[in-house]
Write a protein that binds this ligand. Structure first.
Ligand code: SAM
Length: 272
């Protein structure tokens, strides 16, 4: 019998009780940078609206909302009931509970499949490959598959910006992420998570059978300066000159793969 995979309860608890994912991309300047850059990169690769988009791990629907406004028919799948309720409240968006490794739809029914989050939370390569294979299966032949990852080196920059790197617990967690890519279950601050290098993300998409893979840096190499400035001044830098400069830097950095290592998120786009 085909037994659906179980999402780790730590992940469900984190997004249900501890962390408000609904404001992550609007409350801070680095969150806003992630939203604006993800939007502009996806708009470059999406088929023209109207088209059917599956947003796997779509959370409360931050991306589903603007995709629906752009004219796409968006369906969100996420394992967190709170997220499903929030996504369903967005006009034009449908949503259901589910797991990226075992998607509830037939082959080739979507023009584009987004996997912006599940790969962070799948520690085992076999699980990540299964999630990517499912995305490929549900996309029509030649359709877009886009997958996000957290950059392997992002925690070093983030915890320097916040100065938390001085805490022994954080220092040791960052050391282990740099060495292994893993933030193991039970460690504080975030759920169990996997952090990719750019070449590793590209390799996983290719191994899952996807073609024409390109990996972009989302926030560019100066996101952690923006985060540090916002955190230490206590002022919102959303729409500030510093935000504008960080956005310009992300665009300038795009053609230079070496600079992927300084970013926060990676976005891979490919064809099914
Ligand atoms: C950081 S949030 C990203 C949300 C949104 N896609 C975005 O990019 O802003 C990660 C999301 O992945 C979801 N997730 C975690 N494990 C998953 C799995 N196995 N299958 C599908 N989604 C999963 C979480 O519930 C959460 O909504």
């Amino acid at each position: 019998m085909d037994i659906p995979p179980q999402v780790d309860p730590e992940i469900i608890d984190y997004y249900s009780e501890t962390f408000d994912e609904a404001t992550r991309l609007s409350a801070t300047a680095d969150g806003r940078l992630e939203l604006v850059r993800t939007q502009e990169l996806l708009r470059r690769h999406l088929p023209a609206a109207p088209a059917a988009v599956l947003d796997v791990g779509g959370g409360p629907g931050a991306h589903a909302a603007w995709l629906a406004e752009d004219g796409y028919a968006v369906h969100v799948i996420d394992p967190v009931a709170r997220h499903i309720d929030q996504a369903r409240a967005i006009p034009g968006v449908t949503a259901e509970l589910g797991d990226a490794r075992h998607l509830p739809a037939g082959d080739g029914v979507y023009d584009a499949v987004l996997v912006l989050g599940p790969l962070y939370h799948l520690l085992d390569r076999a699980d990540r490959l299964q999630a990517l294979s499912e995305a490929k299966r549900l996309a029509r032949p030649g359709g877009l598959v886009a997958a996000a990852a957290i950059n392997r080196y992002a925690s070093l920059f983030e915890h320097t910006a916040t100065t938390w790197l001085e805490r022994e617990r954080v220092h040791d967690a960052v050391r282990d992420i740099l060495a292994t890519g893993r933030h193991d279950p039970g460690r504080k601050g975030f759920t169990a998570a996997y952090f990719h290098t750019g070449p590793e993300l590209a390799e996983e998409l290719r191994t899952a059978g996807l073609a024409d893979v390109t990996v972009y840096g989302v926030e560019g190499p100066t996101w952690s300066l923006l985060k540090a400035a916002e955190q230490h001044t206590g002022e919102s830098l959303v729409d500030s000159p510093m935000f504008g400069a960080a956005l310009a830097a992300a665009r300038l950095a795009e053609p230079y793969p070496d600079l992927l290592a300084a970013g926060s998120h990676l976005l891979a786009v490919a064809r099914a």
